[in-house]
Ligand binder design. Structure first.
Ligand SMILES: Cc1cc2nc3c(=O)[nH]c(=O)nc-3n(C[C@H](O)[C@H](O)[C@H](O)COP(=O)(O)OP(=O)(O)OC[C@H]3O[C@@H](n4cnc5c(N)ncnc54)[C@H](O)[C@@H]3O)c2cc1C
Length: 395
């Protein structure tokens, strides 16, 4: 069997994998990144919303992967009212196919090797020690030996399980999603819309993310434990029938989003998980692109340092957890606690929240203002959730 030697093998070429590979290679490690599809970023299973602030540290902003620039969010309450929220910073709806490829190019430019159509099928062990990755490339079985494996293989990650890590998600910690990319009507090209309500999307929300004026991603995510009697597609089809009966559906995606606070264990001797594989997703919004990039930069740097130090023990690699916790991991726990409240929030509270937003003039709108208005009416929780929702969606 064909075998080659690397310091680090990264499994998955999404944002988590490409950023890990790039930052590890920048520090001089010999890195191989395996992507099972013929191109990173396809099929697109994402609404493609990010904030400028979130991605700018990682990539020069380039119109070629921006489908729409967003400057407001519109919240729709269960009783049919709407309120625009401004001044939350610039957001983008991406062309992820191009964006993900560009991130891979940056990794390659930093010295990482990348193979597409390379499907990782298992780990190599010497005794208990992980020593490499088995993969199939162009129909051929191959082995890449290495000192560290990075599992960046997304929500359905198998790498963690191969290493004996428990990656199981409870039903209420995974959102089941359906999304249609549609055209055939006009959309507000600078606004993302969010619809809430028990009858609209229990324990989640429906989104409209424009991709220009004529195309949009319209999708739904509902909590797994609320999808038994009626699934997300049924809710979304009802919504489409009511609001967009005339559009044509160009593309449909189904996918899961982890909404756990994280994983108890995602680091062991010679292995680390990152991105969706490590459940590093905002539990309220389901946004994971920027979270993956932030975690991946840390993971890549720590992995490269561990190669230089000649120490790939769990003890050494736990620096990744420490830095992730300080940067975002602890916030994830707070978000998770708020998600529980958000999921069980009654429709009347959503109505009240939207009502509060309506009362703030556009040029005075800020999350601080919303918070102070809410404080007067005392719906503290709602203001916190609104703040967390919008800020984190745009992170
Ligand atoms: C419907 C939906 C809407 C979403 N909307 C948003 C949004 O608007 N904003 C946002 O921030 N996040 C959103 N997300 C979440 C976001 O897509 C993920 O958090 C993000 O893609 C995580 O990046 P990743 O690199 O960890 O995983 P992925 O992007 O899933 O990349 C994993 C990669 O690993 C590859 N792979 C898997 N197994 C193997 C293997 N065995 N061998 C080799 N390669 C392998 C896959 O082909 C894939 O390319 C959404 C998710 C869904 C499902």
């Amino acid at each position: 069997m064909n075998s080659s030697q690397y310091d680090i093998v990264v499994i998955g070429g999404g944002p988590a994998g490409s950023i890990t590979a790039r930052y590890a290679a920048e520090k001089g490690a010999k890195v191989l990144m395996l992507e099972r599809d013929r191109e990173a970023g396809i099929p697109v299973r994402c609404a493609e919303g990010v904030s400028q602030n979130g991605i700018a540290p990682f990539i020069d902003i380039d119109p070629k992967w921006i489908a729409a620039t967003i400057d407001s969010a519109c919240l729709h309450s269960p009783d049919g009212e709407e309120a625009y929220m401004y001044n939350n910073g610039v957001g983008y709806v991406l062309e992820r196919r191009i964006f993900d490829t560009e991130l891979c190019n940056l990794a390659i430019q930093s010295g990482a090797e990348m193979l597409t159509k390379a499907d990782a099928v298992g780990l190599e062990f010497e005794g208990e020690k992980i020593t490499g990755v088995r993969y199939i490339h162009n129909g051929e079985n191959k082995i890449a030996t290495c000192s560290i494996v990075i599992g960046a293989d997304g929500v359905e990650s198998r790498v963690g399980r191969w290493a004996g890590i428990n990656t199981t998600l409870a039903l209420n910690d995974i959102d089941t999603c359906v999304q249609y990319t549609v055209s055939g009507t006009d959309f507000e090209a600078d606004t993302c819309h969010f619809y809430f309500g028990r009858d609209v999307s229990p324990g989640g929300y429906i989104w409209i993310f424009p991709k220009g004026e004529k195309t949009a991603n319209i999708g739904i995510g509902i909590s797994g434990d609320m999808a038994a009697d009626k699934g997300p597609k049924e809710y979304l089809d009802e919504f489409m029938e009511k609001h967009f009966p005339e559009v044509s559906i160009n593309y449909t995606v189904y996918g899961g989003v982890p909404t756990a606070w994280g994983l108890n264990e995602y680091i062991k001797d010679n292995i680390m998980l990152v991105g969706d594989a490590a459940r590093q997703v905002n539990p309220i919004t389901g946004g994971g692109i920027v979270q993956a990039m932030i975690a991946a930069r840390i993971a890549g740097q720590v992995a490269a340092d561990s190669i230089a130090a000649g120490d790939q023990s769990k003890k050494y690699l736990l620096r990744y957890k420490k830095e992730w916790d300080a940067k975002l991991g602890k916030t994830q726990k707070t978000m998770y606690a708020m998600k529980e409240k958000f999921m069980n929030m009654k429709d009347e509270k959503f109505n009240k929240l939207v009502n509060l937003c309506q009362g703030i003039p556009k040029d005075e709108f800020s999350l601080k203002k919303l918070f102070s208005v809410a404080m007067k009416g005392n719906p503290l929780l709602m203001a916190e959730i609104a703040k967390a929702f919008v800020v984190s969606k745009l992170k």
